[in-house]
Ligand binder design. Structure first.
Ligand code: SER
Length: 582
């Protein structure tokens, strides 16, 4: 039986309700591109909100991590993976959690106890040593020498703030060597397989730790790693999860896996992730921003590696691979079946689009590379490869590094942003600071950020400057430099001033001018060095003048009523306002 089924059945037998995997694109959190852990969609419930399925939950969750995309190609990294998890929301705690993990590993998966070791929290100034977990492990038959204590590695938090707590991690001895009596977590023959977090605290922005309303348990176990262990292999891509996919790539390329493992792993991994992103209900398509850009990069990188394996670029090779993936996972994720045609079309269209320029682009790259004498590929050439041949910058970097050349990535990014600024209002507005779309609501919020920026200068002081912003169709967030928490009076005055300007029905005007001229005229901007020579300046009467890509409403009267919901610290010397328009 499949690991996922065994896991779900086991925890259902312990009174858990199975909850469906959340989409890979977070539903209510524009601050992250993808779900990166099983607990992420459960944060509100870990914080105390009642979950509709009750207090004991179990699932397998689709996760995507693209931050170490360049390490894909080794034996264990994946951009997409599934995380098994069971949760107690203020119900059972350490004893049941640890005992059930132990029972699942030793009785259901039949892992010998001798092959297991654990780490527990050693204690620090705020939180004592987790002696309770140590006692529970011992009572189950884990020898003292196989219990190690750490501080840093046994405290789990998703980022800087939020629900957190001490954890106990379970390790498996993945080697034929004799198993050492004393467990050393740094010895890499021991691999971590399961993490049980006792989530009973919340960490705030100021670093303080407070108790959560409930004592929760959050556990996470990676499917691909455990399957590799159960099947007794060190290379994840040789497990039953990947076998059919790798076989297909061998067949399409007429090359054996052993002859070019790296390219085959990249193709397999990237296409699987691309299938899951494009099947997500959010309807992401390849593009040049956010999730769409990741999707494009994944597909294009897979295509380039397929070309390296001499796979016929004009055949439907990627459809054949995608069909295997769709088939394998449809039983577990109904959206794959429902969106099958969409997925196949996304892949095919992107292949056709990239194929048109790939060959020429690669030739151009070779020409460029052969003319380089100082080991550096400059920003103009990197931009040409992007703009004319559709090479994501990461692809150029990868190609260059194969020839030991460095790419001026920062220079490229500057050029890229300048280009966006000029060419597309929507995309360039995004650059200004995270404008999620350019629908009507977002456009209003965008104009409201300019008014807020101006009002803060009047009410607080002239030195307030924008540090960032983030807009959704529901709200705006605005970060600004300021050395103090706004007083209630300041907040009220800011709100009143913005609303006064809205009522004054001030038209918004737009001009193009050169950068120097714009600055001389006193226009405000966030990062002057990132703007092109010719810039767009938006003015709201004589209240606000900013370099900006737009889009904006035509008249302030369109904004309705502005209301500040929250004012809080963002980082040192930077405050954040959350506001809405009604
Ligand atoms: N949140 C923990 C982790 O991601 C356990 O689920 O490892």
């Amino acid at each position: 039986m499949n690991l996922k089924d065994l896991y779900i059945d086991f925890f259902v037998s312990k009174g858990h309700k199975q909850i469906p995997s959340a989409p890979v694109i977070p539903e209510n959190d524009p601050s992250v591109l993808f779900n990166t852990a099983g607990m992420q969609p459960l944060i509100p419930y870990l914080m105390g909100q009642a979950h509709p399925y009750g207090k004991r939950l179990v699932d397998y969750q689709k996760c995507i991590r693209t931050n170490d995309l360049d390490s894909i190609g080794d034996t264990t990294h994946h951009t997409f993976f599934e995380m098994l998890g069971n949760w107690s929301l203020g119900d059972y705690f350490k004893k049941e959690s640890i005992s059930w993990s132990f029972e699942f590993l030793t009785s259901v998966l039949k892992i010998p106890v001798e092959k297991l070791a654990v780490t527990v929290f050693a204690g620090n100034n705020d939180i004592p040593e987790d002696t309770e977990s140590i006692e529970i492990w011992k009572s189950l038959g884990i020898k003292e020498g196989r219990i190690a204590k750490t501080v840093e590695d046994n405290f789990w938090i998703a980022g800087e703030t939020g629900p957190c707590g001490p954890d106990t991690e379970i390790f498996y001895f993945r080697s034929e060597d004799e198993i050492p009596e004393i467990f050393d977590p740094e010895d890499n023959r021991w691999v971590e397989i399961w993490n049980n977090v006792f989530m009973q605290y919340n960490k705030s922005l100021d670093g303080s730790i407070s108790e959560l309303p409930n004592k929760n348990v959050d556990t996470g176990m990676g499917v691909e790693r455990v399957v590799a262990i159960l099947e007794g292999v060190n290379d994840n891509y040789t497990t039953s999860i990947w076998k059919d996919v790798i076989n297909k790539i061998e067949e399409l390329s007429n090359i054996k896996y052993e002859e070019n493992k790296e390219s085959m792993r990249i193709i397999a991994d990237h296409l699987r992730t691309a299938v899951f992103i494009s099947a997500d209900p959010t309807g992401i398509k390849p593009s040049n921003t956010d999730q769409g850009y990741i999707l494009r990069r994944l597909i294009r990188r897979a295509i380039r590696h397929a070309k390296k394996l001499n796979i016929d670029m004009n055949s439907d090779w990627e459809q054949e691979i995608a069909l295997i993936i769709l088939d394998k996972y449809s039983k577990y994720y109904s959206e794959l079946e429902a969106n099958k045609q969409v997925v196949l079309e996304v892949l095919k269209n992107e292949r056709i689009k990239f194929n048109r320029t790939l060959e020429k682009g690669l030739r151009e790259f070779e020409k460029i590379a052969s003319n380089i004498t100082d080991g550096k590929l400059n920003k103009d050439l990197a931009f040409k490869l992007y703009d004319t041949y559709g090479f994501p910058i990461e692809l150029t970097v990868e190609l260059a590094s194969e020839l030991n050349l460095l790419v001026d990535v920062d220079g490229f990014k500057e050029k890229f942003k300048a280009h966006q600024e000029l060419s597309r209002a929507g995309a360039s507005a995004k650059f200004k600071g995270g404008l999620a779309g350019d629908g009507e609501a977002e456009t209003k919020y965008h104009t409201a950020t300019h008014l807020l920026n101006a009002a803060l200068k009047v009410v607080v002081n002239e030195d307030v400057h924008q540090k960032g912003s983030n807009i959704t169709s529901e709200r705006m967030r605005f970060d600004f430099s300021c050395d103090h928490k706004l007083t209630a009076e300041e907040k009220q005055k800011v709100e009143e001033l913005v609303n006064k300007w809205i009522k004054e029905e001030i038209p918004i005007t737009k001009e193009e001018m050169n950068k120097e001229e714009a600055l001389k005229s006193g226009a405000e901007c966030m990062f002057i060095e990132k703007y092109p020579d010719v810039v767009t300046v938006y003015s709201i009467g004589n209240i606000s003048k900013e370099l900006c890509g737009g889009p904006h409403v035509e008249n302030t009267k369109e904004l309705g009523v502005f209301e500040i919901k929250k004012e809080e610290a963002s980082s040192a010397g930077v405050r954040r306002i959350k506001a809405i328009l009604k």
